[in-house]
Design a protein around this ligand. Structure first.
Ligand code: G1P
Length: 308
């Protein structure tokens, strides 16, 4: 399936308080925490740009100005680095502002993911028929040698129309942390028709073990649906409920079941795993970390390691 350019704008909701990372998030937005040396939100911006987006619309909240600042040029820092012969570092400084155009919209009150995405609706141009939403807590990694899941989702929208989401198969005991799909098969084992979706159901009521994984390609009708939903799970306006409303009204929704990796940067346990995973793959830090970790894991004393 050949995919035409499916969307120009990628919405990145980044208005949360980051309570699971306090005290760091008193001053540092959790989206700027580094995975080795690069903030998670820059990795998500790169994913959006690679999938064809030319604008990132970041939904922030008061006090999180550092996110927009990360995507602004720093000409003096660059010039200083270049003057010192550190061209590779200057290129790292430049990367975020060269990747993609960035604009922000503010969500004044924490009313949920659906409300955050709805805040971005008015910023779309009249001719933008679809929009991508990327949750920066989720790093969705392509299987080795393949392109990102958004490209696959765009091909599915080109074929079926409507909206396309990304699903991961997760163990049933973890399913109630996610939006969950009720699906029907198509000829492609990795593409399913969505009959309904429900936010954070109890495990024994979940319609499947296919969980929403932070990547959405949504028809712009979503913004109308977002205005019509009422508070759902957790008392918040849920994006899941707006998608479910569209389905109930006959809007086609499909999922691509993704078999690449995924990291959850939204809590310290998932963040540490992502950090270690990327550090192990790093050409400079990986080998030594690997060797140290092997020694560290064989040490049965508990607590923290002493010495190097
Ligand atoms: C959000 C969505 C949920 C989705 C999850 C993926 O939940 O509401 O449907 O499965 O992201 O990470 P949150 O993790 O923000 O509670």
């Amino acid at each position: 399936m050949e995919a035409p350019r499916p969307f120009r704008t990628a919405i990145v909701p980044a208005a949360g308080m980051g309570t699971r990372f306090l005290p760091t998030t008193k001053t540092v937005p959790k989206e700027l925490l580094p995975v080795v040396d690069t903030p998670g939100i820059e990795m998500v911006a790169a994913e959006a740009a690679e999938a064809g987006a030319d604008r990132l619309l970041i939904v922030t909240s008061p006090g999180k100005d550092a996110i927009a600042a990360h995507f602004a040029p720093r000409p003096e820092l660059e010039a200083t680095l270049i003057a010192r012969g550190k061209d590779a570092l200057a290129a790292k400084v430049r990367r975020a502002n060269e990747l993609i155009e960035v604009a922000t919209v503010t969500q004044d009150e924490p009313k949920g993911l659906g409300h955050a995405v709805g805040c971005a609706g008015d910023a779309l141009a009249a001719d933008e028929e679809a929009v991508a939403v990327l949750l920066p807590d989720d790093l969705v990694l392509p299987p080795p040698g393949e392109s990102g899941v958004l490209a696959r989702m765009a091909a599915v929208r080109a074929h079926y129309g409507g909206s396309v989401l990304c699903a991961f198969d997760v163990p049933r005991e973890q399913i109630s942390a996610y939006g969950v799909f009720d699906v029907q098969d198509t000829d492609d084992p990795d593409v399913k028709i969505v009959r309904d979706m429900v936010e954070k159901p109890p495990a024994d009521e979940a319609p499947s073990t296919l969980a929403t994984a932070g990547r959405y390609l949504l028809d712009r009708q979503i913004f109308d649906a977002l205005k019509r939903i009422i508070p759902g799970s957790g008392g918040e306006l849920q994006l899941t409920d707006a998608v479910a409303l569209l389905i109930a009204e006959g809007h086609p929704v499909h999922v691509v079941v993704h078999h690449g990796g995924r990291h959850d940067l939204g809590n310290p346990a998932g963040y540490v795993r992502a950090y270690v995973d990327f550090a192990l793959a790093h050409p400079e830090y990986g080998p030594q970390l690997h060797e140290w970790l092997a020694r560290r894991l064989s040490w049965t004393g508990g607590g923290r390691v002493r010495g190097a």
